[in-house]
Design a protein around this ligand. Structure first.
Ligand code: SF4
Length: 386
């Protein structure tokens, strides 16, 4: 292919070109070198078991994607200018039977440590004060690169960036939350006391069929360990209801677990068949009406748990990131505390600016919580901007 064709942004990669990650080979996006990507042993093993097979997919490329962006890849931020996401890894080696992400995204591969740090430094220099690390499984970060405690080391390095006020990561895998990771969260003032750990279910039987393992007892021990290591931490999780074979007893185990675990934030998703997933061919599908009624039951339970927990926030003084006028009315502003991740958790409404004429979006303020509802709270600014 002529060089001019190779540099055209309108070329569509053939499988071989897309997969060419030999060090020194340039991607078609210009001078950004793609990265050689070693895999984790689990990834190799799961590949042998057919986890990443794509040849049944109509129109899908046979080869798995291997691309990873780096700090020199141009980025257009769609988030407010004070917040940004950084993807630290791509792909996933886990065998969850309800999920087709590994078939789409390929094997787990981490971005280079220095590349993530450089990107964070660039973002903070552009005015970003909050960074959220994402990836299909952030807690595996660095394993394919031979870095021990990769995520904890990465957090240590990022927390040292001057000007970075809030740092958090999403999508922790439950059995990969190490003592070192928790002590890192506890040690740094600018790492949010917040952990998102999707558990998917609590019945050992359902978790076994999901190929995730564990169960309510193990999860409760994990939650105790997290809460003792990081007092006051906010915990988010998500569950799937109506997975094939989920009996009434399985559902009750999940319900009892939610009552005991008392999560700060919780999402419930209805199971739906995904072609290409392991669960697609499972029998004993749960009727749609049962799935929706179980989902409603869990959301009602969580609403009462959350309402009681939020009442305890009244009178607390918290650091607040002001985000701007509320979509609902210009008389209210919206903001977040370290216990609210961007876009997914409840809202903080600000109805009183204290001595200030107005607030500036993207700036931090001290605020006192004056009202609490099931998921949202109302606060009055007492000082700032900070
Ligand atoms: S649910 Fe998450 S951990 Fe499981 S396979 Fe999908 S992306 Fe990986």
């Amino acid at each position: 292919m002529p060089a001019s064709a190779l540099t055209s942004p309108f070329n569509i990669l053939t499988g071989a070109q897309a997969a060419d990650t030999r060090p020194g080979r340039e991607s078609l996006s210009g001078s950004h070198k793609t990265q050689s990507t070693p895999s984790r042993p689990e990834g190799h093993a799961r590949e042998q078991q057919g986890r990443f097979r794509r040849d049944d997919w109509q129109g899908a490329t046979h080869l798995l994607p291997t691309y990873l962006y780096d700090e020199s890849t141009p980025r257009f931020l769609t988030t407010p200018k004070s917040s940004a996401y950084i993807k630290i890894a791509e792909g996933c080696d886990h065998p969850c039977t309800f999920c087709v992400i590994p078939n789409l995204r390929g094997k787990f591969r981490s971005r280079r440590f220095e590349s993530v740090v450089a990107e964070a430094q660039q973002l903070v220099a552009r005015g970003v004060s909050e960074i959220t690390l994402i990836g299909q499984d952030t807690t595996c970060y660095g394993e394919d690169l031979g870095i021990k405690d990769g995520l904890a080391s990465l957090l240590d390095a990022l927390a040292a960036i001057e000007g970075l006020r809030w740092l958090r990561f999403l999508y922790a895998y439950p059995n990969r939350i190490t003592g070192r990771l928790l002590s890192t969260i506890a040690r740094h003032d600018n790492i949010c006391k917040y952990l998102d750990v999707p558990l998917q279910h609590a019945s050992p039987q359902v978790l076994k069929t999901m190929k995730r393992g564990a169960g309510a007892d193990i999860f409760l021990k994990t939650l105790n360990k997290i809460r003792s290591a990081v007092p006051g931490i906010a915990l988010r999780t998500s569950f799937i209801v109506g997975f094939p074979g989920e009996s009434l007893r399985d559902f009750e185990i999940l319900e009892e677990f939610i009552g005991e675990a008392r999560f700060d934030w919780l999402g419930v998703f209805s199971y739906s068949d995904e072609e290409g997933s392991g669960a697609f061919s499972l029998d004993a599908k749960v009727p749609r009406r049962t799935i929706e009624s179980r989902k409603r039951r869990l959301m009602k339970l969580q609403q009462s748990i959350s309402k009681r927990a939020k009442q305890e926030w009244i009178g607390r003084e918290l650091l607040l990131l002001a985000e701007g006028e509320s979509d609902e009315t210009p008389l209210l502003w919206e903001g977040r505390t370290q216990f609210h991740a961007p876009e997914i958790d409840g809202k903080v409404y600000i109805n009183d600016f204290g001595d200030l004429e107005t607030l500036e979006p993207g700036r931090f303020y001290n605020a006192v919580v004056t009202e609490a509802h099931a998921y949202d709270i109302v606060a009055r600014v007492v000082s700032g901007p900070l």
